[in-house]
Design a protein around this ligand. Structure first.
Ligand SMILES: CC(C)(COP(=O)(O)OP(=O)(O)OC[C@H]1O[C@@H](n2cnc3c(N)ncnc32)[C@H](O)[C@@H]1OP(=O)(O)O)[C@@H](O)C(=O)NCCC(=O)NCCS
Length: 195
């Protein structure tokens, strides 16, 4: 067996598996969600529309736990929130569409937590009787695209220079979507009604 100079045992050992609890966000999650936002790497600001680093945003999310048109989920490991996702029903002529946001703490990525949270918000979209789900992902965010494409989303198009990151640089945004209305209804379940 060839030795690999410079690599230590702890570099090649897989991280221990985690069993996150995926559940709805609660009012008493405020301190944990504040800690989650504060722990996000600065690079995540490149990829997120919602700025979870500001206390005001977190308070707004907590205040919306009972909102009729939102469903918010967290991934909890031990006593810490390590992931957050929401689906928000849009208004007016887009009221049949839900917009998704998703973020996982950097040190917990690539362990299936993003996929579990994405599945939870897709189910929530069904529960809200939405017809279509969308997620806007920065072109360079391959992890985000991978999670949603694997769950059946497809790329509808690209908005060029549509987002400005925290360094004031324009970014292309990919619009991924999923047609809930095209799903075959399970026998015995009512078909979705317009909201
Ligand atoms: C997108 C994000 C939520 C994924 O979370 P996660 O917990 O790592 O997701 P999962 O572990 O369920 O799956 C990640 C998948 O993407 C893949 N992936 C991650 N980074 C990748 C990259 N740079 N290129 C290609 N694939 C990548 C992983 O290999 C994994 O696929 P696999 O299960 O086939 O190995 C996380 O990267 C994140 O928070 N990014 C910043 C915010 C963001 O971009 N959100 C999406 C738009 S709202």
């Amino acid at each position: 067996m060839t030795d690999q100079p410079g690599r230590r045992v702890q570099d090649i050992v897989e991280p221990p598996p985690v069993q996150p609890v995926i559940r709805r966000l609660r009012e008493d999650d405020l301190p944990k969600l504040l800690a989650f936002g504060a722990a996000l790497a600065k690079d995540d600001w490149l990829y997120l529309d919602v700025n979870l680093q500001t206390d005001a945003t977190i308070v707004r999310l907590i205040n919306a736990v009972e909102a009729r048109n939102w469903r918010q989920f967290v991934a909890v490991v031990g006593d810490e929130i390590v992931g957050y996702a929401n689906v928000r029903q849009l208004a007016g002529w887009k009221r049949h569409v839900g917009d998704i946001a998703l973020v996982v703490r950097a040190d917990y990525r690539r362990r299936g937590i993003g996929t579990a949270l994405a599945s939870a918000v897709i189910d929530a979209g069904r529960e809200l009787s939405l017809h279509k789900l969308i997620v806007e992902v920065v072109e360079e965010q391959y992890g985000g695209q991978h999670v949603f494409v694997r769950l059946g989303f497809r790329c509808e198009g690209m908005f060029v220079n549509h987002a400005i990151d925290y360094l004031d640089r324009p970014r292309n945004l990919m619009l991924l979507s999923y047609e809930l209305a095209a799903e075959k209804p399970t026998p015995g379940t009512p078909s979705p009604r317009p909201t």
